[in-house]
Ligand binder design. Structure first.
Ligand SMILES: NC(=O)C1=CN([C@@H]2O[C@H](COP(=O)(O)OP(=O)(O)OC[C@H]3O[C@@H](n4cnc5c(N)ncnc54)[C@H](O)[C@@H]3O)[C@@H](O)[C@H]2O)C=CC1
Ligand SMILES: C[N+](C)(C)CC(=O)CC(=O)[O-]
Length: 485
């Protein structure tokens, strides 16, 4: 039976949490008195459905059930986890915790608060030990970070359970050891935000120029190495000590206004809002969200290919899911191995998915299959792998921007060296392309084929046996120019 998450507050962040839980197979009950909340959550969920599956290389779990509860009590009833995401007002959060704990006093309650410390949230609570900060980043359904902040009154077992739940839904729980206003990441963002406000207020730069300074340069670096690793590299061969010796003194120079806050006048608000309208007002917020999501899924996929940073979290999430996949049994159909969404960069001048991306989709599918049988990146690290010897691609339809594609694998034949596969790239269950492929097991150092080890054969051969009873695809063995029967 699916587990249940209760989301209290269905705004930008509550909607993102709801989507992340649902798409990871949890049932979700949302409570928000705003009559517009179901529409807003629905729109966030649509965006998440278009983006999150593109990060997974295996089948996603069946989506959980979403209900909009008529009361907070109904939402939290039977919940295994509660995420509070109401507006950032301490007295409101206290009221919500008191209501929750009248009916569910032992259930873990994570708070999305950007700024409050857990000890502030826990004040006067019936059971403070189960209340903690679980601070996510927007969009919650794509970004893995959740800062988990306990106070000395928190129950360590509850914190460990919460971290495990967050990992289960593909997140990276960063345990913040010492509670502090605004945790770690928002302290940092606050400093950047403050400097940006000064630059606009002092007429040095517009909102657009500041955004260009970020996205054309250091913003790209931060997504993959963060601050300290980036600066270590910037110190050259002499490393971090040299970097600090060279740039440390700058902090004494008049470069920084970090400790002063510009006065938040109506004039400043209008100046920023006006410049932001000029910069981005030609897009709706939903359009900007979709552009952001497509860019983020592209970045994240690159990091995943490199097993680096946030990409490592995605690989670990896939591995966890894979471990729970039931083994195929005789009579099962082709194995669903990958799901992808057609991204803007995949579209060619004909307005449909360019041909190299069909091979890419197939390659993602086969890689996922290989990982499933144990020929994963760790195995390749031992000096053995499968290499593709031959591929035949047949186009049957046109994939378009945003299409959700599924890659399935049918094993046509397998022995200790050879792996003969038939791959279908499906949209709405119908093939847009099929590929027939022969792979060979290779000793990479010798550059020669060799027998796969027993551990791989033990996973591969039962699948081959199960697939032996499937009808042989018409396109298998076809050559170019041959007419369909
Ligand atoms: N927007 C952001 O970038 C981020 C916000 N957060 C935090 O997430 C929390 C929510 O922020 P947003 O989603 O941005 O705000 P929001 O304004 O989009 O949503 C807040 C929602 O809470 C609902 N609400 C108010 N009183 C309620 C009650 N008694 N019971 C149930 N729902 C109630 C409102 O109707 C509204 O839909 C805040 O604590 C914020 O600091 C955390 C990370 C990022
Ligand atoms: C602006 N903010 C402080 C609410 C931002 C966050 O808390 C995290 C984020 O998503 O940037």
């Amino acid at each position: 039976m699916a587990r249940k998450a209760a989301i209290i507050g269905g705004g930008v962040i509550g909607g993102g949490w709801a989507a992340r839980f649902l798409l990871n197979g949890w049932d979700v009950a949302v409570f928000d008195p705003d009559p517009e909340a179901p529409r807003k959550v629905g729109e966030v969920l649509d965006n998440a459905r278009a983006a999150l599956p593109a990060l997974s290389d295996g089948p996603m779990p069946a989506e959980g059930q979403l209900v909009f509860a008529a009361s907070l009590t109904e939402a939290v009833e039977g919940a295994d986890y509660i995420q509070e995401s109401v507006s950032e007002r301490l007295e409101l959060k206290h009221r919500v915790f008191a209501q929750i704990q009248q009916v569910a006093s032992g259930t873990p309650i994570g708070s999305s608060t950007s700024g409050f410390k857990p000890s502030e949230l826990q004040q006067n609570a019936a059971n403070p030990a189960v209340i903690f900060v679980a601070h996510p980043f927007n969009p919650v359904y794509l970004l893995p970070l959740a800062e988990v902040v306990p106070s000395p009154a928190s129950d360590p077992a509850v914190i460990e359970t919460a971290k495990e739940i967050l990992r289960e839904i593909g997140m990276f729980p960063l345990h913040v050891r010492k509670e502090i206003d605004a945790h770690i990441a928002d302290r940092f963002l606050e400093a950047v935000w403050r400097e940006a406000l000064w630059l606009v207020k002092d007429g040095v730069a517009t909102t657009e120029e500041i955004d260009e300074a970020i996205r054309m340069g250091f913003g790209l670096r931060w997504g993959q190495m963060g601050l300290f690793e980036t600066y270590r590299v910037a110190g050259g061969e002499a490393g971090m000590k040299h970097f600090m010796a060279q740039f440390g003194p700058c902090l004494q120079w008049p470069w920084t206004k970090l400790t002063d806050v510009p006065e938040f006048t109506e004039e400043l608000v209008d100046l920023i809002a006006g410049q932001s309208d000029a910069q981005s007002g030609h897009h709706t917020i939903r359009q900007l969200e979709r552009i952001r999501d497509q860019n983020l899924t592209g970045f994240l996929r690159v990091l995943k290919e490199r097993n680096w940073g946030a990409g490592k979290v995605l690989l670990e999430h896939d591995a966890r899911r894979r471990a729970n996949l039931p083994a195929p049994v005789p009579g099962d159909g082709p194995m669903e191995a990958a799901r992808l969404t057609v991204l803007p960069g995949w579209i060619d001048y004909n307005g449909h998915m360019t041909e190299s991306r069909y091979l890419f989709a197939s390659s993602e599918t086969v890689d996922a299959f290989l990982r499933h049988i144990g020929a994963d990146i760790a195995y390749v690290g031992t000096g053995f792998s499968y290499y593709t010897a031959e591929t035949h691609l047949v186009h049957l339809g046109e994939a378009k921007l945003g299409d959700a594609l599924t890659g399935t694998v049918q094993v046509l034949a397998a022995d200790e060296k050879r792996l003969h596969l038939f791959i279908r790239i499906l949209r709405d269950g119908q093939p847009v392309a099929t590929l027939e492929q022969m792979l060979l097991h290779v000793d990479m150092a010798k550059g020669k084929t060799c027998a796969a080890p027993q551990a791989i054969l033990d996973r591969l051969l039962p699948i081959a046996q199960a697939h032996a009873s499937l009808p042989r695809p018409d396109a298998a063995g076809r050559h170019v120019g041959q007419r369909n029967a």
